[in-house]
Design a protein around this ligand. Structure first.
Ligand code: C5P
Length: 314
């Protein structure tokens, strides 16, 4: 029988979803990624990730859309655990258990969130105390959005999204998210459609830079100004691939949302409302009208990946 001394207790980390308040996309780079400038906000839809020492590496997934998440070696949370182990020179297999509430392939960085949570959880399980800068570098290797899910709050992302700068942001915002019916959208497919639409129109995307309207809306903390400054350069591409999203956007705005946009590469649609009550009213209107089969209410900004349980000190 193993004692607490031999087997460290499981570690659970809670991690939020993200929405891009502004997503400005430039031309494709030589490495295939697109230069971008984005304002990220972490919102209170969470996955919980638990890591446990085990004989073999493995992952199980439960909760929302669980069946759509791969549980083989391609799982990004499992890759995060293995990456940190390799970085630390360890060979200590873990089992990763993911409890999902963030929509899968929804444009809310659910997979990236699980990777960020796994880095924090394994760092604690193994007692590594990896410096923040190193964790952020490992996060960037795993995916463009992973560093932001470690960071949380509101931040400006540049490069391919992995370079973060803090931003002066006030206010607490009330969101309603409408996950799409059926399968999600593949991020590379949406970026591919973005390129195709530009090629078809004979246009070249401008080099992206944070807009003065967004920076000033963030500073003011004013929800109406923030909603007015919403921009998502991937939205036309997401709508071309999923024309049904236009109906959702139109309905939400008709029911009184301050603003709406496709979240990241979609297909989740995000609406900003004037307050907690307006968010409830909008959620009810969207479901009662049959436009949305499912709605998620959330507030933002919230903290990035954080421990729910810590290993017992023995
Ligand atoms: O970085 P991540 O693995 O999340 O990116 C997934 C895919 O999305 C990339 O392989 C690329 O096709 C596309 N992408 C992009 N430009 C970015 C971020 C992602 O083209 N800035």
């Amino acid at each position: 029988m193993s004692s607490a001394m031999e087997t460290p207790p499981a570690v659970t980390v809670r991690v939020p979803a993200k929405v891009n308040l502004e997503l400005l996309v430039g031309p494709a780079r030589e490495d295939g990624y697109h230069a971008l400038s984005t304002a990220f906000q972490a919102v209170s839809i969470h996955d919980d990730v638990t890591v446990d020492a085990d004989d073999d590496w493995g992952v199980t997934v439960s909760g929302r859309d669980a069946a759509a998440v791969p549980t083989d070696e391609t799982n990004i949370a499992l890759r995060a655990a293995r990456l940190l182990a390799a970085h630390a020179g360890l060979d200590e297999p873990v089992h990763v258990s993911i409890r999902k509430d963030i929509p899968v392939a929804g444009g809310m960085a659910g997979g990236s969130a699980d990777a960020a949570a796994t880095l924090i959880a394994c760092d604690h399980l193994w007692g590594l105390g990896t410096p923040r800068e190193e964790l952020l570098e490992l996060a960037a290797e795993l995916g463009s959005d992973v560093p932001f899910l470690l960071h949380g709050g509101t931040a400006i992302g540049s490069g391919r999204g992995e370079l973060l700068a803090p931003v002066l942001a006030r206010g607490r915002f009330h969101w309603v998210f409408v996950p799409a019916k059926g399968a999600g959208l593949s991020t590379p497919a949406v970026y591919g459609e973005f390129d195709r639409l530009h090629a078809e129109a004979g246009t070249t995307p401008a080099d992206p830079e944070p807009s003065p309207a967004m920076m000033s809306a963030l500073r003011s903390g004013d929800a109406t100004a923030l909603a007015r400054a919403f921009t998502n350069d991937l939205q036309p591409a997401a709508l071309a691939l999923r024309p049904d999203l236009a109906t959702v956007l139109e309905a939400g705005l008709g029911f009184g949302a301050l603003g709406g946009l496709v979240s990241g590469s979609g297909p989740t649609v995000a609406f900003l409302t004037a307050g907690a009550e307006s968010a409830i009213d909008l959620a009810v209107a969207l479901t009662a009208s049959g436009v949305a089969h499912d709605v998620l209410r959330a507030t933002g900004p919230v903290h990035g990946a954080h421990l729910l349980t810590a290993p017992r000190i023995s």
